[in-house]
Design a protein around this ligand. Structure first.
Ligand code: SF4
Length: 283
């Protein structure tokens, strides 16, 4: 026997319909009921049961591609609303004062925690405050300062190469378009999205880091493990104006509540809309 989130008849139906109409969210129209049914979140059987027997929507997306997209967009909007309420002021966790510093910090953050990067960057920024100074810095000196970030030789090479390209091709300024940014040494699409979104307020894509990847799957917004595919899928279902903050908020959520391997689901404000994909039922 499993606990299945499914709408029930009686008074609850009216409440559920009201929720579904006013809140624009068919995902919230369920109550918890113990049923002798296997885990069916991801099958059409539960949807048909819910629609035909109880005549109200259930939590899972439909499998028809168009209908599924409509369901996912509604689901995504519900999540965004709750994230906005919960983390109204979430910002980029990498400390920086300008686009150049953010670009440097984001390159350093590959395979490294933001906390570690924030420990290293004050000295790096004080020693090499401009692209010109970093471009002229000896490789060994940069390596020494960033050593604790991991992959320090490659990262030092990328940082110096990036700074040299800024000086040679962009008058020492960080460009504000995706193509120019991704043509810089050490700068991939994720790094470019971070800089464009956070430093320039340009929603060029969705930043998919380890938290965004993990929690988006738990929330049922994607089934992929490939960051490029996840980004494409999220861009399809999230409102464009939310692309930047969705990542900031999910990263905060991943640190505070939806912690890897020990998510605090019972304390989570997203619990009522989260299908908890892949997790065992709550006791
Ligand atoms: S309900 Fe649980 S799995 Fe879902 S977002 Fe919250 S903590 Fe994560």
């Amino acid at each position: 026997m499993t606990l299945l989130q499914i709408p029930v008849a009686g008074v609850a139906i009216n409440d559920a319909r009201k929720n579904a109409e006013t809140d624009d969210s068919t995902w919230q129209a369920g109550l918890s009921l113990p049923l002798f049914i296997p885990q069916v979140y991801c099958t059409d059987a539960a949807r048909r049961l819910s629609m035909t027997v109880f005549d109200i929507p259930c939590r899972m997306p439909r499998t028809n591609t168009t209908d599924r997209l409509v369901d996912l967009r509604k689901h995504a909007r519900s999540i965004v609303r709750i994230l906005k309420r919960t983390y109204p002021d979430a910002e980029c966790a990498l400390q920086h004062e300008n686009a150049f510093q953010l670009l440097v910090a984001t390159i350093l953050s590959a395979q490294c925690t933001d906390e570690r990067v924030n420990m290293v960057t004050p000295r790096l920024f004080a020693t090499y405050p401009t692209p010109e100074k970093l471009a002229a810095a000896p490789q060994q000196n940069v390596e020494k300062i960033i050593q604790s970030c991991g992959f320090f030789r490659n990262k030092a090479t990328s940082l110096r190469g990036m700074a040299q390209a800024l000086v040679e091709r962009h008058d020492g300024r960080v460009p504000d378009d995706l193509e120019s940014l991704t043509s810089l040494p050490g700068v991939g699409r994720k790094t470019a999205n971070v800089v464009l979104g956070t430093a320039y307020g340009i929603p060029s894509g969705v930043v998919v880091d380890t938290h965004v990847k993990r929690i988006s799957k738990l929330l049922g917004l994607t089934t992929s493990s490939n960051p490029d595919i996840i980004e494409r899928e999220l861009m399809e279902i999230l409102p464009k104006k939310e692309w930047i903050n969705y990542s900031h908020r999910l990263i905060h959520h991943g640190r505070a509540i939806c912690i890897a391997r020990r998510p605090k689901c019972t304390e989570c404000p997203l619990l009522k809309v989260c299908p908890r994909v892949g997790l065992p039922p709550l006791q």
